[in-house]
Design a protein around this ligand. Sequence first.
Ligand SMILES: C[S@@+](CC[C@H](N)C(=O)[O-])C[C@H]1O[C@@H](n2cnc3c(N)ncnc32)[C@H](O)[C@@H]1O
Length: 211
Amino acid sequence: MEAGMVAQTGIRAWFSARAPHYDTLLTRIIGETEMRAIAALIPRGSQVLDYGCGTGRATLALVARNCTVTAYDLSPEMLEIARQKAARAGASVEFVVDEAALAGRQWPVVACIGVLDYYRDPAPLLRTLAGYLAPGGIIVTTFPNATSPLAWAYAAGSRFTFPAIPRTVASFRTAARDAGLHISRIRPVFPPIPYLALTIVALLVPAPRHE
Ligand SMILES: C[S@@+](CC[C@H](N)C(=O)[O-])C[C@H]1O[C@@H](n2cnc3c(N)ncnc32)[C@H](O)[C@@H]1O
């Protein structure tokens, strides 16, 4: 089995086991602040694939911006919690359990929030996301910021759960290029200060042919 598949198997097992306890007060406080900044980068009313939707944090924030959302997650248990939250909120969302059901489809916006954190090499997953992108579309994704003490504290804490990997913007740019993508915009969030921000949000588009 190649490294990416091994990582996915471990990630699925960990998130599936933890799904009922995933939403805590801390993740809610940090998560909602982050999410407001991220959602604001996605045009209202967009059609969005929320790839790695987890328990539906981005999904519901996007529905609140009148987006039409298709939500997929590797972990059926995380997805089920997102489905229940959407039902309670009266939100209409297309939930997809099996990635095969996404095949051949494309979206103007592909969101992948808090997912790349767990992949040493994010390029293969970025390539997968690029395959779901409609012409003229954008990928909105995040990674923990290697210049931030907050991100290293998060990474240290994640050793007890599933290890997250902070990265620099330069290394992320290289991975994006390997996946045929180009960073069109970078935004630090929580706090919104470049070297301190826990999270970097990147907007990606297909790379111009000469890159
Ligand atoms: C930290 S949670 C973030 C969830 C959500 N996007 C959010 O912002 O709250 C990471 C999620 O990514 C999912 N995930 C990780 N690797 C994935 C992959 N290759 N494909 C789909 N989902 C994945 C996990 O199962 C987990 O639910």
